[in-house]
Design a protein around this ligand. Structure first.
Ligand code: ZN
Length: 174
């Protein structure tokens, strides 16, 4: 990885103080994995992170999350595994059934349309993302996805915006 890639990677990182996850403040795949362009190709952020911090990924192996948060790129939450390990993880977590971040029709969702509207109001008043998350019993990642227009965008009308500040415990008005 050249310095330019490392710099761009670091620009997209948004450390989340409770979980220690490094949330990805850039493009996310449909399944919620961070993505970044490298040499004209779209690469997964967690794979880039692994390579930056640990070196090449052994051939035939995959990079897995120990934190069950696909948007996380913290190298301490990443381990090497086999494709079979990865499938086992997905089956165990049921992620294969609920990859979309649509709305109330997603059975895994705890948020509701009215909660989403209240979250936007709280964020507008300058309340920190982590405080909003603990009020609604969801992860900071879930709140950040709402505010960024990644989930619930049919309610908020927002689309894939980056948070201006990469610190999730601060609230810089967009
Ligand atoms: Zn993590």
């Amino acid at each position: 990885m050249d310095d330019n890639v490392v710099k761009r990677f670091e620009n997209f990182i948004m450390p989340e103080p409770m979980s220690g996850c490094w949330l990805w403040n850039g493009a996310l795949s449909g399944a919620g994995y961070g993505q970044m362009g490298v040499n004209g190709k779209i690469e997964y952020a967690h794979r880039i992170s692994y390579i930056i911090h640990n070196g090449e990924i052994p051939s035939g192996m995959v990079v897995r999350h120990t934190c069950d948060n696909p948007a996380c790129a913290n190298p301490h939450h990443l381990i090497i595994g086999t494709m079979k390990d990865n499938c086992d993880d997905m089956f165990r977590r049921g992620r294969n059934r609920h990859v979309a971040l649509k709305g109330e029709d997603n059975r895994a969702a705890i948020l509701t349309e009215s909660k989403v509207k209240r979250i936007m109001k709280m964020y507008g008043k300058g309340i920190m993302i982590v405080s909003i998350a603990s009020k609604y019993g969801v992860t900071a990642s879930a709140v950040s996805n709402v505010i960024r227009g990644i989930s619930w965008n049919h309610v908020t009308g927002l689309k894939n915006r980056r948070l201006k500040n990469n610190r999730i415990y601060q609230n810089i008005q967009a």
